[in-house]
Design a protein around this ligand. Structure first.
Ligand SMILES: Nc1ncnc2c1ncn2[C@@H]1O[C@H](COP(=O)(O)OP(=O)(O)O)[C@@H](O)[C@H]1O
Ligand SMILES: Nc1ccn([C@H]2C[C@H](O)[C@@H](COP(=O)(O)OP(=O)(O)O)O2)c(=O)n1
Ligand SMILES: [Mg+2]
Length: 292
């Protein structure tokens, strides 16, 4: 059974072979370069199992997915579904900031003023909230929704947490659709008004897109077309995350084979072939095709 699955896996492309490829890339096309970075198979393994897999002493590191997209592109909606279907912790930067506002702290007042104006909160505040939330959740796979919003956010996160994300999911949505959704969001948010929305869209283009371009150049971006119903979009999202889980399974099997405890332990020729394939995959790049 497992071997049949492995055969299918070996014949198919890496995780990025979701519907994130060229046809869905009409909205942002710039600077999308080939992968520079392999996806760590040991962290992928944790997508499939909570069982720790030896990774040279770093087994406590969670699998991190940054979830980006313009305001109203559907990040929060899709993250809720991913969290529920794939067991990720969902940490929303905006929710953490709104929680700080609701606490009535001095910092909260500053955050409120910035959010009303559609600007970006200083990185040290947001990164600290995210770092604490990651620590508290103690999850082995986290979605960080709406972060990093700018290069300063990105650099501060990487410096403080000491990590890059494993993947970046980018919801690609035309502006007029985002405006329509935000004006209909109806959650009583101080930033869901046309003046703030205009400013947020400018900030998104000038500060957030460069972050997406940066991670594209590192081969980490999985672009999803955000047009359609939430369920239709989730089908593309589901393909991406299921594919990551398949690779996670493979990583688990590899570790078991190495440890001599798994299904591929008998040293017959087929298992040797499987083992060699797994070793090969270990050195293989898992990359996003992106577009262009
Ligand atoms: N695919 C979709 N089609 C139409 N409306 C959507 C879709 N996805 C989300 N929405 C709605 O659009 C608004 C913004 O979605 P949300 O998930 O909050 O986006 P974001 O977190 O990117 O700002 C919400 O009212 C949500 O219910
Ligand atoms: N990394 C972040 C995330 C959000 N913020 C601020 C600025 C954003 O306009 C608001 C709201 O963010 P949120 O992610 O909730 O907004 P959307 O879900 O995209 O509509 O919070 C920030 O300053 N830095
Ligand atoms: Mg949101």
């Amino acid at each position: 059974m497992w071997r049949r699955r492995l055969g299918a896996l070996l014949l198919r492309s890496p995780p990025s072979s979701s519907s994130t490829a060229a046809s869905s890339c009409q909205h942002h096309r710039r600077h999308l370069l080939p992968s520079e970075e392999p996806l760590a198979l040991n962290r992928l393994a944790r997508l499939f199992t909570s069982q720790a897999v030896s990774d040279g002493g770093n087994s406590q590191k969670p699998f991190i997915a940054f979830v980006l997209g313009g305001p109203g592109s559907g990040k929060g909606t899709q993250c809720t579904k991913i969290a529920s279907d794939f067991g990720f912790a969902h940490l929303s930067a905006g929710d953490l900031l709104r929680h700080e506002i609701a606490s009535g702290s001095e910092k909260g007042e500053l955050i409120l003023d910035i959010i009303k104006e559609g600007r970006i909160v200083p990185s040290e505040i947001t990164v600290e909230l995210i770092r604490k939330a990651m620590e508290t959740s103690n999850a082995n796979k986290v979605l960080i929704d709406g972060f990093p919003r700018c290069e300063e956010n990105r650099i501060a996160f990487e410096r403080t947490v000491g990590r890059e994300p494993d993947i970046v999911v980018f919801f690609d949505c035309p502006e007029d659709e985002m405006v329509k959704r935000l004006l209909g969001r109806n959650q009583g948010r101080v930033d869901d008004n046309i003046e703030t929305i205009k400013k947020r869209l400018e900030v998104f283009e000038s500060l957030n897109i460069p972050v997406v371009d940066y991670y594209s150049s590192r081969g980490k971006v999985h672009k999803i077309n955000a047009m359609g119903t939430a369920d239709e979009i989730f089908e593309a999202v589901r393909k991406l995350f299921s594919s990551l889980s398949d690779w996670g399974r493979l990583a688990v099997e590899k570790e078991k084979w190495r440890a001599g405890t798994g299904t591929a332990t008998q040293r017959n020729p087929t298992d040797l072939l499987i083992a060699e394939a797994l070793e090969f995959l270990d050195g293989k790049r898992v990359q996003s095709p992106d577009c262009e």
